[in-house]
Design a protein. Structure first.
Length: 502
């Protein structure tokens, strides 16, 4: 019964939508038959926009402007018509009087629909109610909207539909556009920040013959001409370090990364990172740089160090704590891994607090330490915190600590329980690197499809000599999530990956 009622209630809505669409198509046909086909117009001269008119109203009042945009509302439509026009910078009111326009043009204007794109020439003025407006002299239909926009007061609120139809989302939800404007500004800030420190932007391949630079499951495609399988990159690390070997002492790349993994509020199969490498630097320099980059972005783009994200008040004031992983584990769980000497004891300690260890490998002291942190500590890190000295077992590309060969000079930055970036003092010993690659190969042979592969050419590059180098990878999407107080990565990616509709 309930299902039948649901179908019956939906039917009139679908019928009504079809009727609205038919009306709009009929209007288009009338325009075309009268020689006013909007789709035949190829260009319209625009010399102003809504935001500039409002910002400089006193100077522009009484002058003629030419603007263009989408009709978002209509009122009146007798002898006087009011409309809101939305352009790239915002909205402005249009005021049209029948006795001030060509009668035939005014009558056509009355038939325009919400969603239509128009060009307007008119004079800047203020209405009796004080509204900054454009008094319409001529209006040209530039594109006919054949589908109605979502209802005014409810808008496009279905998040699934918003992501699938981002074009409609951008039209009816102004805050969405603001998010992506800020994203663009942040990426520009990253470039300006690094360029100002002598870094050179480069490009490296998206398609590779092996998967490397991270531990992640790759996407596999096939190159027909070469008749070989290739991998979409899961990181830009190894090509960039080859450039450091070649003498490009400071390089970075902002680019798309592809990982064939799960999807959740923090993960999308394709995402954007910036990776940077600096010769003669170490992971401490990378911590300084990362902190400077994010704090300067907050000040420049938002004007404050105080943010709200995921219901938490975040303080980005410089001077973030730097906490070794084993100390963080001891602080939050009471387990002292530095007092544990054997793999067996470490595994037992982890299991004693309910931590699950990977089944595809023989767990080690380092695996146990990392899993305890990942499953019991990460969720408690709200304020900006650098977690340093990761185990060598989970850091195949990082330099060992001179103080403890079980650990590496590596850090991850956590803010509001989210990893924001990952950095190393880069491993430059080709013999050690080969041994670590070999351990990754062994894990892969045991069924771990996220483990790395042997990269003989990268080892050859290291044999020519990689200087001491600091490297850093930053998740652009998560940084934008933080700066825009977005709960899902899909809110900050214009076209997130979606499962096709049947």
């Amino acid at each position: 019964m309930a299902e039948n009622e649901k179908k019956n209630s939906a039917a009139p809505q679908e019928e009504n939508l079809s009727q609205l669409t038919k009306v709009r198509r009929d209007k288009l046909r009338e325009l075309q038959e009268s020689g006013n086909d909007p789709f035949q117009i190829t260009k319209y001269e625009v010399n102003n926009d809504s935001a500039n008119i409002k910002a400089n109203f006193d100077a522009l009042e009484g002058s003629q402007v030419s603007i263009a945009g989408r009709l978002m509302s209509k009122r009146g439509m007798g002898k006087v018509s009011f409309c809101d026009l939305q352009d790239k910078s915002g909205r402005i009111q249009l005021y049209a009087r029948k006795d001030e326009m060509d009668e035939a043009e005014y009558n056509r204007f009355k038939k325009f629909d919400i969603g239509d794109i128009v060009g307007v020439k008119g004079v800047v003025f203020r209405t009796q109610r004080g509204e900054m407006s454009v008094r319409v002299e001529t209006v040209t239909l530039l594109s006919k909207s054949l589908l109605p926009l979502p209802e005014k007061f409810h808008g496009l609120t279905n998040t699934e539909l918003r992501y699938r139809q981002r074009y409609v989302d951008l039209i009816v939800n102004p805050e969405v556009k603001r998010t992506f404007v800020l994203r663009s500004q942040f990426v520009k800030h990253v470039r300006d920040f690094l360029d100002g420190r002598g870094y050179m932007e480069v490009e490296t391949p998206v398609l590779n013959t092996i998967s490397g630079g991270a531990t992640a499951r790759p996407f596999i495609t096939h190159h027909n001409t070469l008749d070989i399988d290739m991998y979409l990159r899961i990181a830009t690390e190894l090509p960039l370090k080859r450039l450091i070997v070649g003498g490009m002492d400071r390089v970075y790349e902002i680019g798309r990364i592809f990982r064939n993994e799960g999807m959740d509020p923090k993960h999308n199969p394709e995402f954007t990172t910036v990776e940077l490498y600096e010769a003669y630097a170490d992971f401490n320099d990378m911590m300084d740089l990362f902190e400077d980059l994010l704090t300067s972005a907050a000040q420049k783009l938002l004007g404050t160090y105080q943010l709200e994200w995921q219901g938490e008040q975040i303080d980005l004031t410089p001077g973030w704590p730097r906490l070794p992983m084993h100390e963080a584990v001891k602080q939050y769980t009471g387990l002292d891994f530095m007092a544990i000497t054997s793999d067996e004891e470490a595994v037992a300690a982890a299991k004693s607090i309910g931590v699950e260890l990977p089944e595809t490998a023989d767990p080690t002291w380092g695996n146990a330490l990392y899993e305890v942190f990942d499953q019991r500590v990460e969720e408690k890190l709200v304020q900006p915190t650098f977690i340093t000295m990761h185990p060598v077992d989970v850091s195949p590309l990082a330099k060992r600590s001179p103080k403890d060969p079980r650990l590496t000079e590596r850090f991850e930055l956590f803010i509001c329980r989210s990893e924001m970036g990952n950095a190393f003092s880069e491993l430059n010993d080709p013999i050690d690197q080969r041994e670590r690659f070999q351990k990754q190969v062994e894990l892969r042979d045991k069924g771990d499809d996220e483990a790395g592969m042997m990269d003989e050419d990268f080892i050859t590059a290291l044999e020519y000599g990689l200087p001491p180098t600091g490297g850093l990878g930053i998740g652009i999407d998560r940084c934008v999530m933080m700066l825009t107080n977005s709960d899902s990565i899909r809110e900050v990616i214009l076209f997130p990956t979606m499962k096709p509709l049947d």
